[in-house]
Design a protein around this ligand. Structure first.
Ligand SMILES: Nc1ncnc2c1ncn2[C@@H]1O[C@H](COP(=O)(O)OP(=O)(O)OP(=O)(O)O)[C@@H](O)[C@H]1O
Length: 834
């Protein structure tokens, strides 16, 4: 029999413990489609281990006395059994007799306005705005037939170019040397910008190799670096390097571009330099030569300044340091770079293996032998031919300006003769102020190439240059207006709804969901709290190499769906391993911070949930986050959790997107649809009795938090960090994200806490103060800012960023709010420069 709200609100733990469920009851609908959950939940309860003390402690605050309730359903009883312990045992966190916990999940609710009813019907036929074109072909882009055939081969499986590829690739491939120009590529998320710059680079380097072959010369990787791609994060660097490797896989076969003469492009080897990786491995790779380099800024400048064997193409070999033979006692201080290099017999020149780099066993010193014959004559064609600044505005937001300035200076210093021949590309889906500034720093007379659906470059509308800056048209955007204390149960319900829908369909490939949270502490905490049996097995704390299976946890509430996490405070191996495992899984959830917002291309992400709205980057960040789904013409859904006090944000963000749209059709699609929290709860918790089930989930959550002191501590830490991060919303957004508007007691429930932790005021004040002072890049040697307690980038007190052992003056960054700028703004800056 369904119970009234008042009954549910007053339900007590003691009552439930006193009256265990005996009546069998059919599993709720959503559980029936999650058979694993049901099976596991149906196991008998075990005794409470002695170590769990906090469940025995009296509740901190007894809110209300309530009459005993009737025995609850099987679902509740089963949830009790589902909470795991450190050793993987399931325990029932029953309160001792006489101890009463009260859940007031659905009482004292804030006023929530009625959901906005959409008057305008959503168009039923969606024309994806970032899909490949219907009539283009790769052959028509001016790339070689080998490359275009490879693109349409089974391996690459691409049929036609996207709009940005159709515009950008011929722009570069058809230029004569005298016409060479830099360019800014701007196109929606998921529109194929990576290939739009990689294809012309490869085409150019292949043509170079053909030209040398025609003169009877052979290029090999020892020519040095001909192209550098700079990206803001390690994940993105890794991803782009993988795309380049896949794209170049054709080169392992012999091509026959040069008439009857066979030309090998095997020397075209991509390499990666990124923070967190082993410098020595990178040095070994650089010593062999890396023609195409993908790098994060801090690590790149570090190697440029310190690794002697890192040569840009055409650069004369650096003079050898006069090192006198060292005594055996001094040898332990040798840098690996200074030791003699021994190539094992049979090791191929163009294998990018670190295994062929061995240290001599002998302790006697032998003079270094050069690995390759030094370049005797410098050919004018050999120089750094390409420099790409991908995710340009993010590079600047993250405070990488000093590193990029140093890279530009270093390149100019080392290549003064041919630096004018370098083509520089700046790339992003959005062009904020930072990108415009970077354009003025790094580009010469650039052309802006926009690949936004129906808006060709330089489109004019009513006399003004139109700037389109919106999520992909085929993306469905919804928001859930929910009371703070219902947030966690709504998240669980939404995830259950998404995965239930996925599993119902036969031949469904599954669902992949990104859940964005404000800070690293919140990600870690929710990962642990949602986690099932493996929740205590934290990979990075285990000795030795991480085991892939330990990168994820499973939740008893979500069946067998693996849950991964990603944020900047994890070890590099865990970050890359989690991302790889999530990418390769059929279904999964990735809890993440904004680290995953830019550039990441995980196949088949079906949903993006912004459980916490971005605290930095405003509408721009929103667009990049939702852009992780609906890529390359695929459909996708985006969800945003909005508190009643944040209602104004919806119109604000929609206006930002609409004001940048070209036509009315995309405007209709970019409208966000409101979905009532009750609807989510009802769908996720199996129908009418959803309040009971949601209350059960919440109570179980709160009991879990109290079951171990460390869980309580983690909950309080996550809550405090979340509120600290919330306090740093920029002033433009304070109207709807003011920390004073937060009902901290209610919000605490979303963290499984019965009360908000004390002493928040100081933490919030400090966070605000920190954000008011400089936002600068913290630990450039590892390429990403070290995260502070709040999970926000740590701001060096001196305002200087450490970079590879050197200190650079860091200017106040643009991490904070920046206007949703656009091409017109970029254009005006460029005009000023000309
Ligand atoms: N011509 C094409 N046809 C089909 N798919 C493509 C094509 N070009 C690229 N893709 C695919 O589209 C996806 C998105 O590409 P990419 O990551 O380059 O987008 P992007 O524009 O850089 O996005 P973001 O702005 O989010 O970084 C990738 O999975 C890529 O393989």
């Amino acid at each position: 029999m369904p119970r009234s709200k008042a009954e549910i609100a007053q339900r007590t733990e003691g009552d439930r413990a006193a009256q265990p469920s005996t009546q069998p009851r059919p599993a709720p609908q959503s559980l029936q489609v999650l058979p694993e959950t049901h099976t596991q939940l149906a196991q008998p309860a075990k005794e409470v281990p002695q170590g769990i003390k906090s469940a025995q402690e009296p509740p901190k605050k007894r809110r209300r006395k309530s009459p005993p309730l009737e025995a609850d359903d099987e679902f509740s009883a089963l949830l009790d059994q589902a909470t795991p312990t450190a050793d993987g045992e399931k325990v029932k966190h029953a309160a001792p007799a006489g101890k009463k916990y009260i859940s007031s999940l659905f009482s004292s609710m804030p006023e929530i306005r009625e959901p906005v009813v959409q008057t305008q019907p959503r168009p039923s036929v969606l024309t994806p705005s970032n899909a490949p074109t219907l009539d283009g072909s790769f052959e028509s882009l001016g790339i070689s037939s080998v490359l275009s055939k490879h693109l349409t081969s089974e391996k690459m499986n691409l049929q036609r170019p996207t709009t940005i590829q159709q515009l950008a690739v011929p722009f570069f491939t058809r230029q004569s040397q005298s016409e060479q120009r830099d360019a800014i590529l701007r196109a929606q998320t998921g529109s194929g910008k990576t290939l739009a710059y990689l294809l012309p680079i490869l085409q150019d380097l292949m043509a170079l190799s053909n030209a040398f072959a025609a003169e009877g010369k052979t290029l090999d990787r020892s020519v040095g670096t001909l192209a550098i791609i700079i990206v803001p994060t390690r994940e993105l660097a890794n991803q782009i390097c993988e795309v380049a490797t896949k794209l170049l896989s054709f080169a392992s076969e012999r091509s026959s571009d040069q008439g009857s003469k066979t030309v090998s492009h095997r020397w075209l080897i991509p390499g990666l330099l990124s923070g967190g990786a082993h410098r020595q491995h990178e040095k070994a790779r650089l010593r062999k030569g890396v023609p195409l380099l993908v790098a994060t800024p801090g690590r790149l400048i570090d190697h440029l300044q310190t690794t002697r064997s890192f040569r840009l193409a055409g650069e004369p070999e650096r003079p050898k340091q006069q090192s006198k033979p060292k005594k055996p006692s001094e040898e332990d201080d040798f840098d690996i770079e200074d030791r003699p290099y021994v190539r094992p017999e049979g090791a191929a020149d163009d294998e990018d293996s670190e295994e062929d780099f061995t240290l001599p066993q002998s302790r006697s010193y032998r003079p270094r032998k050069p690995m390759y014959q030094p370049v005797k004559e410098i050919d004018a064609r050999l120089h750094l031919r390409w420099l790409v600044l991908d995710e340009a505005d993010r590079l600047m937001d993250m405070g990488f300006e000093p590193q990029i300035t140093s890279v530009l200076e270093e390149c100019a210093k080392r290549q003064s003769r041919s630096s004018t021949a370098r083509r520089t590309i700046l790339c992003s889906a959005t062009m904020a102020d930072g990108a415009a500034k970077l354009a003025t720093m790094a580009l010469r007379d650039p052309l802006l190439i926009k690949g936004d659906g129906d808006a060709p470059p330089g489109t004019q509308q009513n006399g003004a240059t139109v700037d389109r800056f919106a999520p992909p048209s085929q993306l469905t955007q919804s928001y859930i207006m929910t009371a703070p204390k219902l947030r966690f149960v709504c998240l669980v319900a939404l995830l259950r709804q998404i995965f239930t829908r996925g599993l119902r369909k036969t031949n469904d490939r599954g669902k992949k969901v990104l859940v964005f949270m404000t800070c690293t502490d919140a990600v870690n905490y929710h990962w642990t709290a949602l986690g099932g049996l493996s929740m205590e097995r934290s990979v990075e704390q285990e000795a030795g190499k991480p085991k892939p299976e330990s990168l994820s946890v499973q939740s008893q509430l979500l069946g067998k769906v693996p849950i991964f996490r990603l944020h900047g405070n994890l070890e590099l191996a865990t970050r890359l391993g989690s991302l790889k495992a999530f990418s390769e899984s059929d279904s999964g959830i990735l809890l993440c911070t904004s680290l995953a917002a830019r550039g990441l291309d995980v196949p088949f992400v079906s949903n993006v949930i912004q459980y916490d709205l971005p605290t930095e980057g405003g509408a721009t960040e929103y667009i990049h986050r939702v852009g992780r789904t609906a890529r390359a013409g695929n459909v996708g859904e985006a969800w945003a959790f909005v508190l009643p006090t944040e209602a104004g944000w919806v119109d604000w963000v929609q206006n930002k997107m609409k004001s940048n749209s070209v036509s009315d059709a995309p405007k209709a699609l970019s409208d966000m649809r409101e979905v009532a929290a009750n609807e989510i709860l009802s769908k996720g918790f199996g129908g009418e009795d959803y309040e009971t089930r949601a209350t059960d989930v919440q109570m179980n959550y709160e009991r879990w938090v109290e079951s171990k002191p460390e869980y309580g501590a983690a909950a309080r830490k996550a809550f405090t960090s979340h509120v600290r991060a919330y306090a740093t919303h920029p002033s433009e957004e304070k109207a709807f994200f003011h920390v004073k508007n937060l009902h901290l007691g209610h919000l605490a429930k979303a963290f499984g806490l019965r009360d908000a932790p004390a002493g928040l005021g100081g933490a919030v004040g400090r966070a605000q103060q920190e954000m008011k002072t400089k936002r600068a890049k913290a630990d450039a040697s590892d390429d990403e800012p070290e995260m502070g307690k709040s999970g926000k980038p740590m701001i060096p007190r001196s305002g200087r960023a450490l970079d590879g052992g050197r200190m650079h003056a860091a200017k106040a960054g643009q991490i904070g709010e920046f206007a949703v700028g656009g091409a017109s703004m970029v254009e005006s800056m460029l005009k000023r420069k000309r």
